[in-house]
Write a new protein. Sequence first.
Length: 352
Amino acid sequence: MTTGGAVRARPDVFWFGALCDDDYEFLGDPTSLMPSDVDHCLDVVTRAERAGFDGVLLPSGYSLGIDATTFAAAAARSTDRLRLLLAERMGETWPPQLARRLATLDQMCGGRLLCNVISSELPGEQIDGAARYRRTVEAVSIVRDLLDGRPVDHHGEFYELAVDPPRIGTVSGRAPAFYFGGFSDVARDAAAEIADVYLMWPDTEDGLRDMITDVRTRAAERGRTVRFGYRIHTVVRATDADARAAADDLVSRLDDAAGAEIRARSLDARSDGVRRQAELRDAGEWFEDCVWTGIGRARSGCGAALVGSPATVAAKLDRLTRLGIDTFILSGYPHGLEADRVGTALLRDRAV
């Protein structure tokens, strides 16, 4: 890819490990649900590696699916090249323990570990959103210092501790890159403080451009730089018409009441980001030619998909790369089969 004669590095393209009981043949149809277990999720991850993806996001919930951290240990030993973007729920761990755990996992996968920071509560806990993000900033700052080899003497709002780094360190001797998402104002401030990569959900290109500018400015005010990632689903077929037909088929068994129940049970169902996804869905089934919001009828969080031929989807990803996005986290249904399709369509000859 080139811009004005300058060669641009190709973006990283990651896939999604379906760890949270969210893999279907027909979206929202309980008879076609593929519940998350270790064997099924390992199949998705190893297929993503064979398909040519650069990494895989290992998501984390509480009541749904399997534990992402435990699964990451299995994935570390079942893959050779794939980077593992492990979601860690900051409200559920003590930072020194998390530092040791991340270092151990990084050693197990030979330095391929990345961390997706989730600004979570404890299961059953309710904490003000702004306070939750302040706690996340404290936790990540402690973990980063410890994994960078620095002793910590911390006296903050949420943590009081004095501790040396764990004996075990990461392969690089530094903390893994921290990926972080959040649409609200306080979330963007937190990203500016701690994120190496700020993750965004589907939006218009103008909306994405505004978010990039905003977070980049907030980070610069803190003397930091941030990279940008984009999480979205895919339906890729030989032609645009075939892809749209496949999208229609994906939701052909979806009952709207069942879809609403699926969205409501997610832990992030009331977040500003989820509300933005609902706004886009309410505005219409399609926006910006190949972006389909129908997938959000039965899914909280990331609620749209790129739908089209390999050329159509590659062209859209290229436009997004030109906005400043250098990491894409894609997914599709069923996750193993769609990883095969997307790998063949976009990664075999490295169209993106």
